[in-house]
Design a protein around this ligand. Structure first.
Ligand code: CTP
Length: 430
């Protein structure tokens, strides 16, 4: 077990992040306050899987005041959350630095967010969920990169164990039931014996019922955002049973394959295409579509209502559920479908729906058509504008839209290439 991680920090992070760490260290020294890296960032660093963001906790100064100095030095923007005494800095090269003040939490009622008081690092680590998330790394120069591990998190990491910090942990914050399962599935770790007993007890006593549906929805999003979504769903089913989402939700035989296909397609899209129009929520939305695919329309809609999903998510998922089977069938029937026809079928749905359908189908010809739509055809634009049409004497209305659509479809099918071709086609159409 290593006690100092100076070399690990240097090797794990790129230069820009090491520079930020040095800056935090020197400002903390100057202000005579203690600064630490904490939480999941430390866990992931020790697992040789360093994250791109930083989580900093300070002893003896308000996180907001400190963040202002750091943000100023970096020429970065920052947002403060005074009610939690925390700030988030976003640097120009998109590094996110969360800065907080050591705090103690008082749980007044299970499932409700706790009352917060300032404290030192020992207390701050004690309030956390699991020992593996309660390790800190000192950033002050005299103790730079020393591991601060009061609760045995480091040996638990080495032994692949998830252990709660105290017996009341799942009662204080029942969302930790879902977090425990998520980390166990993600890291392929086991629960320590007592933790497993208390976890099962909290599940049996239905502690999750005291948590608001909004918080459960946030946890569900995190579960569905995980890279190995099937491992998550399987573990969730093993411990809680998927009926906490909906009584008829079951693991289907094709789910495993669909989740892994979705992961592969999304990764391929990010890697291969230089288009950055996929929302950061895409992964969980696609996985959610796959998860609910075997439910009936009204069952799926009751999940969306129950967990208070936003209207934009509701619209995407409801439309997917309504049309996905029909879309797969249409795309699978005719082998020689024109690219514009595929566009006409897929474009009314959201992009996530295309990813879900491509991941659910077994037919290679359907996959090929959807992939061409995703990476190529949906991005094609015509050169002619509405103003050009007006200049040609066409007034806005159904004819106007018809012409623009015909031009776009002709361009997708490569029947026309440039603006000259477009103008010629317009003349034929009017
Ligand atoms: N934490 C906690 N109890 C919770 C949520 C968070 O104790 N219900 C603490 C943990 O120490 C955690 C840290 O806050 O490490 C940061 O929370 P979060 O960003 O949600 O978790 P990470 O551990 O960073 O997980 P991930 O890798 O999924 O981002």
């Amino acid at each position: 077990m290593k006690k100092n991680l100076k070399q690990n920090l240097k090797n794990a992070y790129p230069k820009n992040i090491n520079k930020i760490i040095e800056l935090i260290s020197s400002v903390a020294d100057k202000r005579k306050v203690k600064a630490f890296m904490v939480g999941g960032v430390v866990r992931d660093l020790l697992l040789n899987n360093p994250s791109v963001d930083l989580d900093i906790t300070l002893e003896g100064i308000s996180g907001v005041e400190f963040a202002e100095i750091i943000a100023d030095s970096l020429g970065a923007s920052f947002k403060t959350y005074p009610q939690f005494n925390t700030s988030t800095i976003k640097t120009k090269d998109a590094v996110k630095i969360d800065i907080a003040t050591c705090r103690k939490e008082l749980y007044l009622k299970p499932g409700i967010l706790p009352e917060v008081k300032s404290s030192d690092i020992k207390e701050d680590l004690k309030r956390r969920d699991f020992t593996i998330n309660a390790i800190a790394i000192s950033l002050n120069s005299k103790t730079f990169a020393d591991v601060v591990d009061y609760y045995g998190g480091y040996p638990d990491l080495e032994n692949h164990l998830i252990r709660i910090m105290h017996d009341n942990s799942f009662n204080d914050d029942p969302t930790r039931i879902l977090r425990a399962i998520r980390f166990a599935a993600r890291l392929n770790f086991n629960f320590d014996t007592d933790t497993k007993v208390l976890l099962n007890k909290a599940i049996k006593e239905k502690k999750l019922n005291s948590v608001s549906k909004n918080r459960i929805r946030q946890e569900l999003r995190l579960i569905l955002s995980e890279e190995d979504c099937f491992a998550q769903i399987k573990k969730l089913d093993e411990y809680i049973n998927l009926d906490f989402i909906h009584p008829n939700l079951k693991i289907s035989s094709s789910m495993d394959r669909s989740f892994s296909q979705a992961r592969d397609y999304l990764l391929r899209f990010i890697k291969e295409s230089n288009i950055k129009d996929l929302s950061k929520d895409a992964r969980w939305i696609v996985n959610f579509m796959i998860l609910i695919d075997d439910l009936k329309q009204d069952e799926m809609e009751s999940i969306l209502e129950d967990f208070n999903f936003t209207n934009s998510i509701k619209n995407k998922v409801i439309k997917y559920k309504k049309f996905s089977a029909q879309v797969s069938k249409l795309l699978g029937q005719a082998d020689k479908l024109k690219a514009s026809h595929v566009y006409g079928i897929l474009n009314p749905l959201c992009l996530e729906a295309s990813f879900a359908i491509i991941s659910r189908t077994d037919k290679i010809c359907v996959k090929d058509k959807i992939w061409s739509f995703i990476v190529k055809d949906r991005l094609i634009k015509i050169k002619v504008t509405g103003d050009d049409l007006k200049d040609m004497g066409i007034t806005p209305g159904p004819k106007f839209d018809f012409i623009l659509t015909r031009l776009l479809y002709a361009k997708i099918d490569k029947d026309i290439i440039n603006k000259e071709d477009e103008l010629k086609l317009i003349k034929k159409l009017i």
